[in-house]
Design a protein around this ligand. Sequence first.
Ligand SMILES: Nc1nc2c(c(=O)[nH]1)N[C@H]1C(S)=C(S)[C@@H](COP(=O)(O)OP(=O)(O)OC[C@H]3O[C@@H](n4cnc5c(=O)[nH]c(N)nc54)[C@H](O)[C@@H]3O)O[C@H]1N2
Ligand SMILES: Nc1nc2c(c(=O)[nH]1)N[C@H]1C(S)=C(S)[C@@H](COP(=O)(O)OP(=O)(O)OC[C@H]3O[C@@H](n4cnc5c(=O)[nH]c(N)nc54)[C@H](O)[C@@H]3O)O[C@H]1N2
Ligand code: SF4
Ligand SMILES: [Mo]
Length: 858
Amino acid sequence: MSGIATTCAYCGVGCGIVATPGINRSVAIAGDDAHPANHGRLCIKGTTLGDTVGLQGRMTHPMIGNRTAGWDEATRFVARTFADTIAEHGPDSVAFYVSGQLLTEDYYAANKLMKGFIGSGNIDTNSRLCMASAVAAHNRAFGEDYVPVGYEDLETADLILLVGSNTAWCHPVVWQRIEAARRDHSTKVVVIDPRRTETAQEADLHVAVAPDGDIPLFRALLADMKRRGEVDEAFMAQHCVTPDGFWDGLVGAPGEALPTNFEALADMVAAHPRMITVFSMGSNQSVRGTDKGNAIINLHLATGRIGKPGAGPFSITGQPNAMGGREVGGLASTLACHLGFSDEERAAVADFWAAPNLCTAPGLKAVDMFRAVDDGRIKAIWIMATNPAVSMPDAGFVRGALEKCPFVVVSDCMADTDTTRLAHVRLPAMGWGEKDGTVTNSERVISRQRGFLPPAGEARADWRIIADVAAAMGYGDAFDWSGPAAVFREYAAMTALAQRRGLKLDLTDHARLSDVEYDALQPFRWGEGKLLADGFCFPDRKARLIDVAPLVAKPADPAFPLRLNTGRYRDQWHTMTRTGLSARLSRHRSEPLVEVHPDDAVRYGITNGGLAQIDTPRGNTVLRASVTDAQVPGTIFAPMHWTDLFASGGRANRLTSPDVDPVSGQPGFKDCGAAIAPVAPEWRAFLVTANEPAAPDCLYWARMRLAKGWIVELAGMGDAPVEAVLPEGDRLIVEDVRRGMKRVAVLDDMGRLSAALFVTRDGDLPSREWIGQQLGDDAGSPPELLAGRPAGTRPDTGRQVCVCFDIGLNTILAAIADQRLSSVDAIGRALNAGTNCGSCRPQLAGILRETQVAEAAE
Ligand SMILES: Nc1nc2c(c(=O)[nH]1)N[C@H]1C(S)=C(S)[C@@H](COP(=O)(O)OP(=O)(O)OC[C@H]3O[C@@H](n4cnc5c(=O)[nH]c(N)nc54)[C@H](O)[C@@H]3O)O[C@H]1N2
Ligand SMILES: Nc1nc2c(c(=O)[nH]1)N[C@H]1C(S)=C(S)[C@@H](COP(=O)(O)OP(=O)(O)OC[C@H]3O[C@@H](n4cnc5c(=O)[nH]c(N)nc54)[C@H](O)[C@@H]3O)O[C@H]1N2
Ligand code: SF4
Ligand SMILES: [Mo]
């Protein structure tokens, strides 16, 4: 088979990929030069997709409890239990909780079944945790969930504000396009983020706002633009409706602190009318998220910076199909195709679907949905393509709710996730590379995902699993699709309902695609046209400025004096069910770290590399601390990715608060009160092992994949569980009982290293790199193994920086010193580092800066 054009499985940039399958499910991945999102570029996650398409860990058969079941039996069982529950308790006693990682066709089928046929609004999606505030802000300002900017605009903008977006890590190809614009067009970049992320480090200006400080910031910016005469009165008169008293409402908010470099920011904003504001989770994931979105949009509307090349507010999506799910109506607050719940809209939808039981009102939003599971209002829930036991705020509560729920169905690709562990029925779904359908990216471009691998075992497409259950519930005629193309045609035809109401969502040109045309479908963008000439989406075609109230600071609880922020790492994706399979992606961060400012470290007795316990009103956990001045004093940061499968205490959502934005229902994942205290284990250790290790029984552990096995970091009290974590085999041992040092290497029958454990009570542990590489190899010299390093002068290349070419920090530092390298490009020319996917370029820039600072200090 030659190359298949498809779309990346990960983020909402929606990069085109050419996948060339080889033998044994191997696949060569390349960027698709013809795709408008990336023009051939890929980041490290896209580049390593081939590492994640194997069969390891896949769910291959439907399971009822712990036994394998056939599809017919599982389908009938799910249909019957849902039908019985509805018959007894009504349609609102059941719910679907779905995901932006479903394809549009899957999403459409789930929404149609719940809202049209079961007759409840109770379908919500993990986009509630992600995009809901941006959706609500768009609806309030434009009259439709419409994103008025595309990636090409980034290349013509003079100024790009990145608000709450760690673009270089989370939307790396957007970042590469921004870097290109800076090179070719001298575009200026400002990052507004409480943390100095790698994105912020690379910016022309970093505005370190306080948590939710965006509200005062954007209110003050708009007031300042008004004072400077930068408001476009003619544009406002023609295109906007401004509430009475809007301008008065902007001034004089007492106690709203502005960052010290506010003036510098205001000068840049005033000087650059071609301005784009990219906003993401630092804006959306807040109890003021909708207001933040509108504060940003207000600035663009009032200055006429929208609907013109290189200008506009640009909400970027997280998941590959966050946008497609919003279009079809996967959020509980939308009926279908951007329509709401008015009588007129309901009648149109009921007619189109010939729906017998169309729901009458919006359903429960994610946080409330799990509350209803907890208190028994919801008695059966079907979770698809998301891992809420890890990713919901206050996830301990969500687990408790699912444990009590009489009937939990989970469709997933993976057999063992924190959520599948709580399911009564598990249904195997086809994954990326197997499934077929469409996704919509951040800039409204719809592209095909195409299958090129056989499904894992009996796995089926999500749309089909849903359609089969619908048929078993007696709705066969309405779900009788021959394939994803038929679902897509139906959805495209349905957008006529939106188009008739003056909305921009209109795919009716694609309603008659043949199966062959669908297979060959090229990326296309909906809602093209001239925004200002055609008008916004309210009946008067004008946009709305929205009153945004000042930020009211909550008094801090003295028991929880710090503010906990959570987010992402560059090389992991969410709950690690897929990126956790890749040894290459495990090198960037091998453990979850809580980042603490040096002042707070001193105040609370935290040491860099030591363990720390975090407490919040919801729970506690122990993490390794990283002391860094990239944090603002008073705030700490933890990643969201780790689960019970990967660490003793990694789950950040044991800690987070379920408080939500009152308009959108989106949780404020980025801010909750917290306390931190040092934890002093009596011993520390690490284990490398060729076979997958079981979870050890000790205070702290975290495990990661290596190329030839696993590495586990451990720490605890009393004695280290040496024998419990080591496999059978011949042992080489050194021990110094007085110092509490013990090192054990285990050899298999063939004399190859199968595991090694290094324990210390108060000393250092050797570098993990070399010993990990010896797994499965002839166990050469025992002294070397037990020292954990090679004898002689073979150099240690150091922590890996460039994943694509496996280049370590020490190699890079040596080249910088020896060859006097002074730019990222020069490092690339000397070592190749950073020249493939480019994800490590910001890190290389940071290394260069540090060496230059060190040199200047000498
Ligand atoms: N590597 C990687 N990439 C991903 C993902 C992944 O899991 N891994 N997930 C994808 C998904 S679903 C999403 S939603 C996106 C998310 O992409 P981003 O939104 O870029 O990611 P986050 O790290 O969640 O948060 C971004 C930043 O918001 C900042 N922030 C916190 N509070 C505030 C605040 O009050 N104001 C401001 N201005 N900033 C604040 C945080 O410090 C953080 O640096 O990434 C997508 N891409
Ligand atoms: N503390 C904190 N929590 C957060 C966030 C944060 O910033 N901080 N961010 C939030 C955001 S923005 C998001 S988007 C969520 C993400 O959170 P989740 O959606 O829970 O994260 P994933 O790990 O991507 O889970 C996707 C699941 O679907 C499975 N899967 C993949 N493809 C398919 C498919 O085609 N079909 C089926 N049926 N299953 C599939 C995967 O194996 C995996 O188990 O987390 C949210 N939680
Ligand atoms: S930026 Fe990276 S993760 Fe996002 S779609 Fe492109 S290749 Fe995939
Ligand atoms: Mo997301």
